[in-house]
Design a protein around this ligand. Sequence first.
Ligand SMILES: *Cc1c(COP(=O)(O)O)cnc(C)c1O
Length: 217
Amino acid sequence: MGLSEIEARVAAACEAAGRTRDTVQLIAVSKVQPRERVVAVLDEGQRVFGENRVQEAQERWPSLLEEYDGVSVHLIGPLQTNKARQAMEFFDAIHSVDRPKLARTLARLGQEIGRCPDLFVQVNTGAEPQKAGVLPEDADDFIAECRTLDLPLRGLMCIPPADVAPEVHFRMLAEIAARNGLAGLSMGMSGDFEAAIAAGATHVRVGSAIFGERDYG
Ligand SMILES: *Cc1c(COP(=O)(O)O)cnc(C)c1O
């Protein structure tokens, strides 16, 4: 695997779905990966990255952003309200907006700071108790609430349950987005990004297939 193979597979999946390549953004998920692997992928030309944790991103990226132009970093992991200011100041997109308190905090900070990243509402399509995200049945109300707060909602994000076919979850996310007039669909990871592109993904979040397995040791 590696960036060029994944890039080729993204392009092929776009073509198979009758979509142009520029309708899908490949987010290289660099969480936990050693710096030299991230540098190698930057040197290959990748410019959009995903991180799971605010602190890890802030340790890793400032120096790299000085060395490389045109990089954007997306937060794809859960966001605690006490890290919201740092996240709002640092990231280009946040994929994990998932509760009213966080939405209100982001709205207030957006006013204060005068900027706001692109925001995605995370939907817990499998209603898994251990997973973040609004429940599917609460999604419409929550999206409306975010809009009342003037948050710049770009789309929806999901992480399907690990042990089932993801297509039904991708379809559910696409339906919720369509009926709420949202264009962005952040879905698909190393194991299922091609299925996600077939289902309309606009952002795929691919980690281990680009960088290799994460070593949590
Ligand atoms: C880690 C992570 C990914 C990437 O997972 P891979 O299976 O390594 O591609 C994508 N999305 C989220 C939210 C993640 O936490």
